[in-house]
Design a protein around this ligand. Structure first.
Ligand code: SF4
Length: 378
């Protein structure tokens, strides 16, 4: 199969999650919606069910969700609820609602009220202090609650061995995605920003073993190609979600390739693996503890601006000339972190622009002008 066809398959899945959900249900699978961030999807897989990422939608309009949400909730959270209320995703068998930011915490209760008993909601509170023994213990307790709820939904008890197997499947998937983003940089003439986004996005809607098999095959084909002789510019993207095909098309119109990303929906989600041996629940809690350089996670050494420097290094090491930050409207964690990121980028002499975005964005004129002007100065 050609590389183009392989990427087209990922694109079809990335743009049609409701078809994926319908196909899984028709095949007799139970499907669990997983909201951002850092839910232990491995437990869903270990329970023999399908985890389905819910990161809002670029296609929907917020309508019914307004009844349950404050107007200042980000569109990602509101559109996730909209899809449950408008019939797009209401075939789910359960929903995991992590509560890592100030929007998701109240939103976990809004989901519960809005969908009632129709879809069981599984509340998940990660610890702020995730490194200390008691932080790990708290995380394990939370994950054990999730495990019990998933057992109830699936109708049977998953074993520790089931979870260890799921961890292996997920580690392999994370490794394949890390390799893909490197290959996408080397072959940015073939893997355009739109295709790069679609390949990574599809991972949220597929069983990870099936996804990894396809991605490894794509990676192998990409490795056979000569490295791109790229005459355009390269950037690193940063933010929560950068998957809007209309925005990414602007990159392509201006010969901008994506060298690497610091995006929650993309690389931040697959940077950290879990131990494949020992107590699997402890391994998953440690995996969360070992996750780092994310605006959503407490950093006891934050005064040193470790995250800002990490992102600045990512720009340098990936060979990018600048950074484009997609700032989600009403996202407090990203907005509060921005001055620190700016400081680190300025100190490293890395140019950047900040674009305000949300998933209800329909006019891209302003973004187009800003991206074009940025490309011209790089
Ligand atoms: S975009 Fe920001 S406010 Fe919205 S769910 Fe994510 S972290 Fe929370």
């Amino acid at each position: 199969m050609s590389i183009e066809l392989m990427m087209k398959q990922f694109q079809d899945i990335a743009y049609n999650p409701n078809k994926q959900l319908a196909d899984f249900k028709a095949a007799g699978k139970k499907v669990i919606g997983v909201l951002p961030y850092y839910a232990p999807e491995e437990l869903v897989y270990a329970a023999g069910m399908v985890p389905m990422g819910m990161w809002g939608s670029n296609k929907k309009t917020i309508s019914r969700a307004k009844e349950y949400c404050a107007t200042f909730y980000c569109t990602i959270a509101q559109l996730a609820l909209e899809m449950l209320l408008d019939g797009t995703m209401d075939q789910l068998d359960g929903l995991i609602t992590p509560t890592i930011c100030d929007t998701l915490r109240p939103m976990s209760q809004n989901f519960r009220v809005a969908i009632g008993d129709k879809i069981p909601t599984i509340f998940l509170a990660h610890p702020q202090n995730r490194f200390a023994d008691w932080g790990l213990k708290f995380c394990m307790d939370q994950y054990n609650d999730v495990r019990k709820m998933l057992d109830k939904i699936s109708g049977h008890e998953m074993t520790d061995e089931d979870i260890r197997k799921a961890i292996k499947v997920y580690n392999a998937s994370r490794a394949a995605r890390r390799e893909f983003v490197k290959l996408a940089n080397e072959h940015c003439d073939v893997v355009t920003p739109t295709l790069r986004s679609a390949v990574l996005k599809a991972s949220w809607f597929m069983l990870k073993d099936e996804y990894t098999e396809k991605l490894v095959a794509l990676n192998e084909e990409l490795k056979k190609l000569p490295k791109a002789n790229w005459k355009g510019v390269k950037v690193v993207t940063s933010g929560i979600v950068c998957d809007n095909p209309k925005l990414l098309a602007i990159f392509e119109e201006n010969n901008i390739a994506i060298a690497a990303d610091d995006v929650a929906h993309e690389s931040r989600a697959f940077r950290t693996d879990a131990d494949e041996t020992g107590d699997p629940m402890l391994a998953l809690a440690k995996q969360f503890a070992n996750t780092d350089y994310d605006v959503l996670l407490y950093d006891p050494a934050s005064s040193s601006n470790r995250r800002g420097e990490f992102v600045a290094n990512l720009v340098k090491e990936s060979g990018a000339q600048g950074l484009i930050l997609f700032m989600q409207q009403f996202c407090d964690p990203e907005e509060m972190e921005y001055p620190y990121l700016k400081k680190a980028l300025d100190e490293a002499g890395i140019p950047h622009i900040k674009l305000g975005v949300d998933q209800q964005m329909r006019d891209f004129g302003q973004a187009s002008t800003a991206i074009q002007a940025f490309a011209d100065v790089l």
